[in-house]
Design a protein around this ligand. Sequence first.
Ligand SMILES: [Mg+2]
Length: 432
Amino acid sequence: MGAGDRRALSAVQAAAAGAPSDILHLDMDAFFASVEVLDDPTLAGKPVVVGGTGGRGVVASASYAARRFGVFSAMPMAEARRRCPGLIAVPGRFGRYSEVSAALMGLLREVTPLVEPVSLDEAYLDVSGAHGLWGTSEQIAVALRGRVHAALALSCAVGVGRTKLIAKLASKAAKPPADEGGTLAGAGVLIVRAGEEEAFLLGQPIRAIPGVGPRSAERLARYGIATVADARQLERAGFVRLFGSSHGNALCDLIAGIDPRRVEPEREVRSIGHEETFASDDADLASLQRKARRMADAVAARCRRAAVVGRTVTVKVRFSDFSTINRSRTLAHPAATGAEIGAVAAALLEALELGRGVRLLGVHVSGLVSRDEGAEQLELFPAASSEPDGSLDAGTRERRLELEAAADAVRRRFGEGALWPPRGDDGGPARP
Ligand SMILES: [Mg+2]
């Protein structure tokens, strides 16, 4: 870090010194595995993992009993079984985890509306407006942990700091540590106050900094950088050279403890959909399915633009007598491609009695999460290939995504109709 950065850093630190520690990061302990144990008490205390049980499966979540054998999330299932011969591997039940997650987020929103869910089992809270009702940040953190345990019978860790970065690192530090020696009780709550921040940050391994994945950590290790303290020796230009301008500068800021990110309550967009009213009623299943697949492609393109994916596909059908029905299916993992959304929509239509004739058809995707989180879910809940619900295996899905992204580019250039059969073939909308 250069002299200019050091001056900027001390100015930021001075300005923030009086700022209160009002950001909480709450993270459930071994979430998926703990929910499995909750629902099946015979699993208590046993080495349980949730994840893909097939040949290429990956551990999504490991109980603390499994962690004692050196089993961790993101580890290939085969390796996990090698390390822990008695391992109990169960497939994920995403619907159940979502249900528990919704209850969890509800509890957090009782404290403040400023809750930003990061994933099913993790959220940031800004409690700056909650002190009057709930006490100090520390009291809120301790109380929240108790309420989560009382209401859900699950444990969590809470970190408190002035920034998201510090709060997140603090919740990690409050977790129960597990190794071959056993599992120690974690602190459960860790407050990092302004005066303790610098020492806390400097001691962190570089891998703990958000945005430093295994590959980045490896590159930094080649320069002898293992901790935040080591990384402080690197000039800003060095970060930019290693990681490019945007990522390099962001990383350099985090290493310096500069993190202006605010707690952003949940996005308001709940679904993305496309509906069309037809010039004449349509009672033909094959024709309606073609239309649904075309709409599904448009919906998938909008999801890609918004960088979201969703797990629930809904078709809306309004009949000639104006009666309207919705039919939904929730998938094991987020649908990312038009092909997947279209296959589900077509299957939903197949189950309907269409004799009255359809005047309006809609295809919607809901249960939206960011694409990054969706990718994580997909990795954790890999689908078998060619499932009847339209799921694709990972390789096929990746190729499909590439193809559909290419189609997005063609449409942007030549207009919405460029990739569709001419009007008349499927009764699609007239081009503007
Ligand atoms: Mg967690």
